[in-house]
Design a protein around this ligand. Structure first.
Ligand code: ATP
Length: 199
């Protein structure tokens, strides 16, 4: 299990600090409509560096900050922490656990941390680049996408599964290597021609 827990505070409907722990195996989140189930996946996308408010069902980024209810006033900042297991060393940090934090203030200021150290968004992207995880990878399949997946042709479905499994980057590297191989073969042929001419 890579994702160990999510801690959210002031993010969307999570006004109070919530700590959601994930065990090994499958975790199901159940609850009535509008109770905040999708806000959990929004929180994950957000910490992974999502920059589009629309993707996490907002209009502007500030919409992720708890906006208050009849009995509770709005909050000034949203914080989400993602705790990931790193015993396998999948992430390039010297620690058994990676904690990624994103914080956004109503003023628009935003902060990122990797294991409590202030970081840049770019460093978070780099951390996930080779892990098969990340904001653009198919780790999070939303309601509409389930339908797409079921209706997809076998080849299309295979592409989605390969993306989720992190096979894509190997396919890309293979293509690059094949191209280099072809170029090298061409060069070799040319050299052989020149040798023949000289003989
Ligand atoms: P469904 O089963 O209908 O998809 P759900 O359990 O996935 O529902 P969510 O869509 O995650 O529910 O939660 C939506 C709730 O979050 C709404 O009640 C909405 O008012 C609340 N919400 C979203 N953004 C904020 C915010 N910034 N401040 C306070 N509440 C918010």
């Amino acid at each position: 299990v890579y994702l160990k827990a999510i801690e959210a505070n002031g993010f969307k409907s999570f006004a109070d600090k919530v700590d959601i722990k994930f065990d090994s195996g499958v975790t199901a989140v159940v609850g009535p409509n509008g109770s905040g189930k999708s806000n959990i996946t929004d929180a994950i996308r957000w910490v992974l560096g999502e920059q589009s408010a629309r993707t996490i069902r907002g209009v502007k980024m500030e919409d992720v900050i708890f906006s208050g209810t009849d009995t509770r006033s709005e909050m000034n900042a949203a914080t989400v922490k993602l705790k990931l297991d790193n015993q396998s060393g999948m992430f390039a940090v010297n620690n058994d656990e990676v904690i990624i934090t994103r914080k956004l203030f109503r003023s628009g200021d935003s902060e990122y941390y990797i294991n409590n150290e202030r970081s840049k968004l770019k460093e978070i992207h780099e951390l996930f680049l080779d892990s098969g995880l990340g904001r653009n990878a198919y780790n999070i399949i939303s309601q509409g996408e389930v339908d797409t997946l079921l209706k997809a042709r076998p080849e299309e479905r295979r592409t989605l599964i390969e993306e989720a499994a992190g096979v894509m980057k190997y396919k890309l590297r293979r293509k690059e290597s094949e191209k280099r191989l072809t170029e090298t073969k061409d060069n070799l042929n040319r050299v052989n021609d020149i040798i023949k001419e000289l003989e």
